[in-house]
Design a protein around this ligand. Structure first.
Ligand SMILES: *Cc1c(COP(=O)(O)O)cnc(C)c1O
Length: 372
């Protein structure tokens, strides 16, 4: 695997970015600042903190950290979907065409089809795999999610960016499954990165959070204006907790990806499975591309059984691994995706490897397979 050029800087950024300068007898971090209102008299132009809907010191600390990790500037939103809605809604207008992954996170498609279509935005969908080889002309915005959730197919971000830009469009990359430690979408040519920090970035399954990152000041200004006027803002306590979670992202993600690789290697080709997908397997269709554009292979493995009954029987036999939706947390979990998204294979389970000892996870999966 190619070494991520900024691996070490990113690991340090998780711990140090966004912290105030070390001053004697002050805390390391920015504590949660609970304020709707700030002292402010006269002309407010140039004020960083005019009102609680504009800015908050606790958000800014986390935004600085996420911006350092993304290689751009980050704008926080109260969930991944709030971040996705901000990117889509602040950029698109009536008559625009948007291209979404048909195998990506289902709520992004539902949002676009339920709300944007009503305002005259044309919504098209295509599969993630091979997107770089398709005709991408005519789109104001192309949205990719790679590896896509839950199928774990990949597309070539740099190649898609090149085509989209040549046609005058913008590229948005939902990087939730990889985090900026696993993939730096802005470096690969994306104009915007959208992420649900509810997943591995916060990592403790106790809050929702999201961000959009970009480099272009006009795009960033549009996102901040959307946040202020739509009121889609983050609570200071959540921002503080998420920043606390971020400190250990590198440590957690390392273990999670290592366990995912071990699980994939142990169970690929298992007689009770139809398919197992993990970009870290040398014969996975996405492997060569993953080696080029990702710094790690991720913490998700998709297991496909012949049908729904088999999948649910397998799930029910797991002991250590929780049955729950969402992923990226310290606790390993598994989710039967068909219950949320009827475009998923009915026998597909998305397995999220957490921080438990790898051997214990392998044992739990082994005994569940053994019982089938
Ligand atoms: C979870 C998820 C989202 C939505 O994030 P929330 O924080 O749940 O709103 C968006 N994209 C992907 C790929 C996700 O996995």
């Amino acid at each position: 695997m190619t070494t991520h050029p900024t691996d070490r800087d990113s690991a340090i950024a998780c711990l140090h970015a966004g912290l105030p300068a070390p001053e004697r007898e002050t805390p390391f971090g920015v504590p949660p600042v609970f304020a709707s209102t700030y002292h402010l008299q006269g002309d407010p132009s140039g004020a960083v903190f005019p009102y609680g809907r504009d800015a908050n010191p606790t958000w800014i600390a986390l935004e600085e950290a996420l911006g350092a990790l993304e290689g751009g500037e980050a704008v926080l939103f109260p969930s991944g979907m709030a971040a996705a809605a901000a990117a889509l809604t602040s950029l698109l207008q009536s008559g625009d065409r948007v291209l979404l992954p048909q195998d990506g996170y289902h709520a992004v498609r539902y949002y676009a089809e339920s709300f944007l279509a009503r305002f005259g935005v044309v919504v098209d969908k295509r599969p993630t795999r091979g997107l770089e080889d398709s005709d991408l002309r005519g789109y104001r915005l192309v949205w990719v999610e790679t590896p896509c959730n839950p199928g774990l197919d990949l597309c070539d971000i740099a190649a898609v960016a090149e085509k989209v830009h040549r046609a005058g469009g913008l590229l948005v990359c939902d990087n939730t499954t990889m985090t900026p430690l696993g993939q730096r979408c802005l470096d690969l040519g994306a104009d915007l990165v959208v992420a649900s920090d509810t997943k591995a970035v916060n990592g403790h399954s106790d809050l929702l959070m999201g961000h959009v990152a970009a480099r272009d000041p006009a795009l960033l200004a549009g996102l901040r204006k959307w946040r202020k006027l739509s009121g889609s803002i983050v609570g200071p306590m959540e921002a503080w907790l998420c920043h606390r979670g971020l400190q250990t992202l590198e440590l957690r993600f390392e273990r999670m990806c290592r366990s995912a690789q071990a699980v994939a290697e142990r169970f690929a080709g298992h007689s009770k499975l139809e398919a197992l997908r993990y970009p870290g397997l040398p014969d996975d269709p996405g492997h060569a591309l993953a080696k080029r554009q990702m710094a790690r292979f991720g913490s998700l493995v998709s297991l496909t059984f012949s049908d729904q009954e088999r999948a649910l029987d397998f799930e029910a036999r797991l002991g250590l691994i929780f049955k729950a939706t969402s992923f990226g947390g310290t606790h390993s979990s598994i989710d039967w995706r068909y219950r949320w998204d009827d475009t998923a294979h009915p026998g597909l389970l998305r397995l999220s490897l957490g921080c438990e000892p790898t051997e214990a996870l392998l044992d739990d999966l082994e005994q569940a397979f053994g019982g089938l």
